[in-house]
Design a protein around this ligand. Structure first.
Ligand SMILES: Nc1ncnc2c1ncn2[C@@H]1O[C@H](COP(=O)(O)OP(=O)(O)OP(=O)(O)O)[C@@H](O)[C@H]1O
Ligand SMILES: [Mg+2]
Length: 430
């Protein structure tokens, strides 16, 4: 499947559906010709154009809609890194393969940050070149089909559940106590009651999970500690229903183990399989991660389609975030996989949002206001504030976040579900 918006512009050259369309960008004419010749030998790759500068590359990419752009890093006027940065926002369907001469290894990092998908060091063989192009293209297609089926607005047109896998959204922060659990719980409820999504919330804080407390669920319920060993033993439980608890708001919940030492039962492979299984039967799998960066957390972040990375306006939170962004970069996460969520955005105490953005070198994608009254009242009653105080600004902010990861409402008939949830009677979510 090809992403929406990936429609091809018809050009004079005829193209078969599966050909990878490549735009060559290099300021040296001989290099451009040489690359075009190499690509000419490949049946599944087609050179659709060539550009001699960054500016020309942007213009041509917009017109030709290539799948892959082979980009030289050193060019007069606009360099390859700047051109790549602009391409990622102007022609996001084009994946950049950066080309550079040896000894410019520090460019690798900057290229990846700018949005390049691969890095080729000159001189490279024709095999290396074509392998990179095919790999980048395959990865992008896989991602595009998953994104369209799961997180994009197309999700709202989905009719049958088992047709496409749902998306996995991890809530992570490199510092504790910033509001991950609060946001995870209320976002899950917002997506289920307002957007009509089938949602499961996984407590990925295996040692000290408190999703169950916020949702007022009986800790004697089954938890992920019962499910993982069953999956690991090679068994495939018929259904996950016995492990997933139904909350009255229509959200499924997979609780953390009842005691901290049981966290050891959860292996990276185990949690990955659980999440993959859950996405088969849900639109949205929300994972409340621990702030401890270990191999199970890493496994969750790896399989996630989107990582909502949370921070607050505190120096420690900002410092940890900067470090985490560097790690994420080294892990090779695409820039779009991470979204920054600023919680308690208005409780400034001297730090402004622009200071934060400047310090971490990234824009905040979503903000959630501080509302101690609603949040603590909800916590003590065990009724999430999205249910009891839906009109509050904090609820509205969380709904907006939910829409951004889950897409708009499927049908406008969700009022009944909300009423039912408010009355705390059981709402059949399966
Ligand atoms: N938007 C908000 N406005 C006011 N208080 C908030 C907000 N979000 C979270 N809080 C409060 O901040 C505290 C921490 O929230 P929460 O437990 O959700 O964070 P966490 O990141 O999951 O923490 P932990 O590291 O313990 O898992 C709680 O007391 C919660 O009520
Ligand atoms: Mg928590």
């Amino acid at each position: 499947m090809v992403a929406a918006g990936h429609h091809r512009v018809t050009t004079s050259t005829s193209t078969t559906a599966d050909q990878i369309r490549v735009l060559i960008v290099d300021d040296i004419p001989e290099t451009r010709d040489h690359l075009a010749k190499l690509l000419g030998f490949e049946g599944d790759i087609e050179g659709v154009g060539s550009a001699a500068s960054g500016a020309e590359a942007l213009e041509q990419a917009g017109r030709l809609q290539p799948d892959v752009v082979l980009m030289d890093i050193n060019m007069p006027d606009m360099d390859g890194i700047t051109a790549t940065e602009r391409l990622s926002s102007e022609v996001p369907t084009a994946s950049v393969v950066m080309m550079s001469v040896q000894g410019e290894a520090d460019y690798l990092r900057r290229s990846m940050l700018a949005g390049a998908r691969e890095f080729l060091v000159k001189p490279f063989s024709s095999d290396e070149l074509t392998a990179s192009i095919r790999q980048v293209y395959a990865r992008e297609r896989e991602k595009a089909s998953r994104f369209v089926s799961a997180a994009g607005p197309a999700a709202s047109t989905r009719t049958t559940r088992d047709a496409d896998p749902g998306s996995i959204v991890a809530l992570f922060s490199p510092k504790g106590g910033v509001g991950r659990t609060t946001v995870a719980v209320n976002m899950a409820i917002a997506a289920a009651t307002e957007l009509g999504k089938k949602v499961v919330l996984v407590d990925g804080s295996f040692q000290f999970g408190d999703v169950g407390v916020l949702m007022n669920l009986n800790p004697k319920n089954k938890s992920i500690a019962d499910l993982v060993p069953e999956l690991e033993a090679g068994g495939e439980p018929e259904s996950l229903d016995t492990f997933v608890i139904n909350h009255s708001a229509g959200v499924g919940v997979l609780l953390a183990p009842p005691s901290p030492e049981m966290a050891e039962l959860i292996t990276p492979g185990g949690i990955k399989r659980v999440l993959e299984r859950l996405r088969e039967t849900n639109d949205l799998v929300i994972v409340d991660c621990s702030s401890y960066f270990n191999d199970t957390t890493l496994a969750i972040l790896d399989v996630a389609d989107v990582i909502l990375t949370m921070l607050t306006l505190e120096i420690t939170s900002i410092k940890n975030m900067r470090q985490f962004l560097e790690v994420a970069d080294q892990l090779g996460y695409e820039p779009g996989k991470l979204r920054l969520v600023l919680n308690r955005a208005d409780s400034t105490l001297g730090i402004r949002v622009s200071d934060v953005e400047h310090s971490i070198g990234r824009k905040v994608d979503h903000s959630i206001v501080s509302d101690g009254r609603s949040v603590v009242y909800a916590l003590n009653r065990g009724v999430p504030f999205f249910l009891s105080n839906r009109e509050a600004q904090v609820s509205q902010d969380i709904l907006r976040l939910a829409v951004s990861v889950a897409g708009e409402a499927k049908e406008p008939v969700v009022d009944d579900a909300r009423k039912t949830a408010k009355n705390k009677s059981l709402f059949a979510w399966r």
